[in-house]
Design a protein. Structure first.
Length: 311
């Protein structure tokens, strides 16, 4: 299957970078190279672009898509949590812009054997980096009921998390849960039918939760944001597209903290903590997709774009 992925908020994101023709830019979740192609199209001869992704299929697809830009493009297979050492290894300490398009790609969802989707029966996998040994199967069959409850409650925000965890443990006692189809049926039996008729697909939240846990998505995001902001040149920008409230909350909080890091009590007349602002939040409210984009690309409906500019 060809790597196909429609980039969400494409022009809003690339416009938000304020691309300088001679600048250095990073797409830390390269995917199929949609945002990357637009950024590279705005670079001059002295510009440089670095793409990072942990998915081998994404690396292959983006490499082909960006081949026409020649030596100005460098592509690295890695998780963006290692962006700083990976860039330092190729002689880059500072950049003028960073893009993060979070979550799972259209290709990963549509490729059944990757095990991300509840709409096709396939082995329980969900690894964004297939070099990783642990899979979704290990979580479903190996986590305790309490651990499953925590994951589904915290990362899926599902009010039936306790019942879903209970049903998973009861079902796997008969034999291991091997496929997305099996997990789908377990979840269906754990959620009242009247709720299923009015609340979308019953498996959506649990599949999201397991994927986030397996790939450490929120931990990586939370632990990487400050470093990425530190890597920006003055006037450089970071543009982040999120797809659910947990991601958006982390980004919003980190941007605010970097804009106003002061920890002094509010009644102090002057700041004495010595912490200074690293820049400003460009988007007081997130940028949302247009009606036209939401109609043509259903994945965009929950997307939010936030932008921070380095001082």
């Amino acid at each position: 299957m060809a790597f196909e992925h429609v980039s969400v908020l494409l022009h809003e994101t690339v416009d938000g970078l304020n691309v300088r023709p001679d600048g250095t830019y990073v797409d830390a979740t390269l995917g199929g190279g949609g945002h990357a192609f637009e950024v590279c199209s705005r670079l001059g001869d002295k510009g440089r672009f670095i793409g990072i992704d942990q998915d081998a299929d994404a690396i292959k697809a983006a490499s082909e898509r960006l081949a026409g830009f020649g030596e100005k493009v460098t592509i690295i297979r890695s998780n963006y949590r290692d962006m700083k050492p990976q860039l330092q290894a190729i002689g880059v300490d500072k950049v003028d812009g960073i893009v993060l398009d979070l979550g799972v790609s259209s290709y990963q969802l549509d490729t059944a054997e990757r095990g991300f989707s509840y709409r096709a029966d396939a082995p329980l996998d969900m690894r964004m980096d297939q070099r990783q040994k642990m899979t979704a199967r290990d979580i479903v069959n190996g986590y305790s009921e309490a651990e499953l409850y925590r994951v589904i409650r915290d990362y899926g925000e599902d009010r039936f998390a306790k019942n879903i965890a209970k049903h998973i443990v009861a079902e796997r006692a008969k034999g291991p849960v091997e496929t997305t189809g099996q997990l789908n049926e377990i979840i269906r039996h754990a959620i009242p039918m009247k709720i299923q008729k009015t609340s979308g697909h019953p498996s959506k939240r649990t599949f999201q939760a397991i994927r986030i846990e397996l790939n450490h998505e929120l931990d990586v995001l939370r632990d990487s944001l400050d470093d990425m902001i530190d890597m920006l040149n003055p006037g450089g920008r970071i543009c982040i597209i999120t797809f659910h409230s947990l991601e958006d909350r982390i980004v919003k909080s980190a941007f605010r903290k970097n804009e106003n890091p002061c920890t002094c009590p509010s009644h102090f007349p002057v700041c004495v903590c010595g912490k200074t602002s690293k820049g400003k939040v460009v988007t007081r409210k997130p940028i949302l997709p247009t009606e036209e984009e939401m109609e043509s690309n259903s994945r965009s409906k929950s997307a939010k774009l936030r932008i921070f500019e380095r001082a």
